[in-house]
Design a protein around this ligand. Sequence first.
Ligand code: PLP
Length: 444
Amino acid sequence: MALNLYNSSRVVSRDDQVICGASRARYFPMVIQSGKGSCFTDLDGNDYIDFSSSAAVLNTGHSHPRVLKAIKAQLDQYIHFSCDYLYAEPQVKLAEAICRIVPGDYKKKVSFGHSGSDAIDGAIKLARAYTKRPGIVSFMGAYHGSTFGALSASAICHEMRRGIGPLLPGFQHLPYPNCFRCSLEHARSTCGLACFSMLEEAFSTYIVPEETAAILIEPIAGDMGFIEPPEAYMTALQRFCRKHGILLIADEVQQGMGRTGRWFSFEHFNLEPDIVVMGKALGSGLPISAVVAREEISNALEMPAHLFTLQGNAVAAAAALATIETIEEERLIENAKMMGDFLKSRFRALMKDYQVIGDVRGRGLSIGVELLADRELKTPDPEAAVKITYECFQKGLLMLFLSSNVLRIQPPLILDAATAEKAVDIVEGAVKAYSKNQLGDEAL
Ligand code: PLP
């Protein structure tokens, strides 16, 4: 079958692969026909285990019966009703549920959008309106979305910025605290948190604290390859923000909704962000996102300043409410932690036999397996990532990769042990074949 496939925003064909940053386009000649649980079937009748969750969207799996039931029930009532101060019931219930799952015993307000990107823009607007300051500080290598605000905060690769500028003024980027590849070349045990000293230095030289509205951070950096800052860095960051009246925005679009073994990844660091942004898995695949903030922060923004006709659509809101209920009632957060620990231990065991596996990290069901050509020098092996993911695909496991050389393991949170075992066996087979130089070049 001749196909044109989408990669990022560009159409690619088999002979016209796109290079995005350092990573090659993933070419999977497949179109999905149906999905159930952790698996799906393509148009040719081939079955796959889904280790992508469609980029961390399908936390409840494909077509969870409870989510489907809620969508169908809402469709039978009405599809949409929302305009300025008019609300639909699922929106109201969803806002209440979101305020409940976001930690913090204070009054919160929620506003809805359709995507992680527009929600990040909403958070930026809130921070500027509340603090009456223009500056937004985020991190190098971060991805926060495609709208102009979210893109201005992102700093991931030229291809996402080239030819569309100028982006928005007022944005600065600092190095993300990455102990696996420390930009200051320190060892973790002796660094004395030099990365945080660097942040302080930036704020005492070229970034003016009293002109900075917010620091925007993904507490576990997904698209950087599942990088987790040291806890002491996050504690210091929180303190620094409070001292200077800078708001802390947590981007939970990818890692939120139970994926890391807590509702939100900032909980691993005991952070208390002022604004929390969520999307992706919130609607189990229907377009809905949310910005949650303290009431007084939310009140700073006049309503028309962040208004979309279809925001908080009733069907998407019903799906989101059912998603939260499903995650709670089926104890999917606990399952994410348990299955994640199991997968990590299996992948770590493979490190002994296969030099190409250089690091295994992550929390819950957001796991990164970093592939290296040289462990000592930490030289990335992007060819291994392309060939191994393609071999897995051919053997019935869909898995993406990030940052050119990190296998991106993000299965649905409903994953069961038998499916996890089967998937690891497929990955092991592919890693073994790669290590023995048995994989061809067709995926390159
Ligand atoms: N923030 C993070 C951390 C993301 O991973 C993404 C998408 O990948 C976004 C924001 C943007 O979300 P969306 O693609 O729904 O606009």
